[in-house]
Design a protein. Sequence first.
Length: 304
Amino acid sequence: MSQLTPAGTQLVQELSQRHGVSTDAATHMLLAVHNGRGTMAQFSHPEFGGSGQWMRGGMTMVSDLFNNQLKARVNNICSDISNALANHQLSPFSGSFQSQSQSGGSSQGQASGNMGGSNSLFAPDPDAQWWPSELGSPSATGSQNDMHYAYFANSQRLAVRSGPADVWVYDTQDHRIGGFSQQQGGSPSISFSSQYGTVNLSSLPVVSRNGVKPPTPIPATPATNSQVPPNSQVPPNSPSASEQPQAAASDGNTSAGVTSTESSESPNGHSILDTIERLGGLLAKGYITPEEFASKKADLLSRL
């Protein structure tokens, strides 16, 4: 929960006295309007009749549909809060996008995140900016479960935080990202939507993980999906829900940092051994699992 500054506490006291509500109700509505980027609110408080919605410009919904007095109270306090937030906003709101969580392909749950910018009514959240500072301000942010996303359209970067402190930065190339989808269950994975359709997160090159650049990846076979740019390559294994965000296999020819086919040409013994050594390096750094290393090693040795 956001902590109020002295200015925020004073505003709550003024709202409470002006509109005849408790400080708890005034604080609840202040947070609701702030979460709605100053232009809308979804609230649930007994002093406002339970659940309801408000949108700047005249749309007010309360559980008691015909209680016009309650509607007027909600509209008045939300309008005052909206104006106060605008007067105390220190940096602009960024965009937001939706994230979807899918379980078994049948049920879906949605959550959206937004970046409230900096406002003098609220104390700075030390966890608000979890991405590398050199990326600047994001164009859009979002979150789902323990995954957080920050998209930087101008610099073509995407930051993904898995868990409390595992931060990956990707090169988005020419993708224009609009949202994310998380596949839950036995094979957690992440994909995103862009002008090319639904694309696996692992198709983006990894720029850094926790500030450290990854080793040079093994060259990948160009994607066969015509919707994916032909220069896309598969980076080392992406973070999973518990450790690294993992990419969903939508085009069938990529898996955990290595491709299912190395080349249309038959490699010689030296190139196979070199490839195995590089796979060993990826295994030692934790970019692929022992099972993936053993499977790929067996496949390469069978070609000798």
